[in-house]
Design a protein. Sequence first.
Length: 263
Amino acid sequence: MKGAGSSYDELVALRSKTVFERTTLLAASGDRSRLDMTAAHVLSLLERFPALYREAWATPSNAARPFARDGFDVGDGWFKLVDRLSAKLAVDPSNHIDQLKEKWGRLAVYFEREESVPRDLSLDAEMEAAINEAEEESERTCLVCGEPGTIGKRGRWVTVLCEPCVQLFEIAETCRSIAERLEGLDLAAFSANETILDAIRMELVYLGHAAAGQPPASRARLPGIDWERLDQLRETKAVMVMPVGDLWRFAIEEASVLGRKLR
């Protein structure tokens, strides 16, 4: 749970607050990573299942339980399955979540029961079955949008994504690659380096084709992106005749903004 545009100092200050306090602040600011569960969904879960998620009001520390530090460490695409699981676990008021996160592309849930409450083995079995069902469902549900997805290694991470979200991930990686290619260059050096110019043109054409694969629902979830502008880049001839100055401005300005929006 983190703000997409937050500075390092702001993130440190945010991490010192409880999960509930952090979420309330993010709900007010609207600042979040595209890969996090939305503040509205987090607050909905906390409001309806306060006993289950009691650690959301605990002060985070090295000694605290993981949920007190990390909260719902999954994407918004898993909200519905987490919501259904929460309703099943909350049947036993002695249950509370110790940790809820994505691990190797799969939902991982750890819960505890109050030691003073007598154990009910049949109820324990039901809880474990509910968790197993949710974890299995997560393996075929896109972490970002909730559409059917497949598990796979994307960059350094193993996660579950649908095809449009895979393409968004690749767009973000392409923006990162563009930034790396331009590192240490100014416009003059960029203009004189045909190898870099051709590489950037290739990256832009790829951006155009990846953007063209985004369905209306995916585009609607990201209204801040100029999809029409990206669509134009899939035409190789148009990119090849783009003036070097325009190529530089897109690579140095627009690509970096696009990459931040997809974080």
